[in-house]
Design a protein around this ligand. Sequence first.
Ligand code: ZN
Length: 317
Amino acid sequence: MPQDHGFPRGRRGIHAKLNSTSVRADPTPCKLNIDEMLDLAKPQNQTANSPEICSYSRWDSKNYSCAYDAVFSILCCIWSTNPHKWNKIFRGLNPEMALLANGFQKLLSGNITLEDARDRVRTQLHQLDNQKFKWGTHGTAASDLAYMMFKKNNGAEIWSHCNTCQLRTQGFGDDYMYVIDSPTDLQHSSTSQVLQAVMNQKQHPTCNQCNQSTDYGLQTPRLIVFHIPKHKGILDKKIRLKGMNECNTVLHLRGIVYHGNFHFVSRIVTNDKKIWFHDGILTGSNAVVEANITNISDDYLTHCKGKIIALAIYAQK
Ligand SMILES: [Zn+2]
């Protein structure tokens, strides 16, 4: 049966890897927060019909699939907003995400179902780790799935800035930096605060030039996942991340995975700000509109039909 447990795999130091791969970067001014500009420039009606192309995955009663159904339905909705862009991003993360994107592409062409796309990735995950990703009725932990799907092979891109000698560098952190594994003492914090605290807890990279500790951050992440079991704090609708030269990346809340009674379900936030509920058993290949994200109470998203938060997924638009 699925348990939502996590492993402290995201807490590794990033010092050695940054030092060996960093390059000098020009301290040129930011291109006027390009993500925010694009966000503002987007016509309102451009994304209004996004729910029609979202697909939702049905639960497999022989090979319990609820963790996959919940996470992949959210990823499918993100992918379907711009398949060309997201194919590239998914492929850049790891082979399992690349295979999932390939499955979504086949789904769009009508060649396979979302359940087929899911099971192709399940097969590959099972080959990689047949204990965490079992067939049958054992269930899979959503956190284990998140670590595999949001892993950035060869390291997440980070920037660093030395406050002593002002050297700015770009480099690579560890492979799991897009998985934000929240400590339990931050259960009542907002997701922005969790992200900041988790980044501060990691060992800061050392400056190549003067050996002092530097400020650092994620460089334009496209997709991150919070592993925040039993989280009770606010799930920010938007998270702004400071980049090199003050360029901001804006990540939007796109989905939440909930856990309870040995089952995972999800809520999906579409570009038209609607919140959809999906349960691979109850709603199957459909989802149900629940609310609009602009007029919900602060604690609305912290629980869902008696279930508690397991994961929250944020993505760029
Ligand atoms: Zn320095």
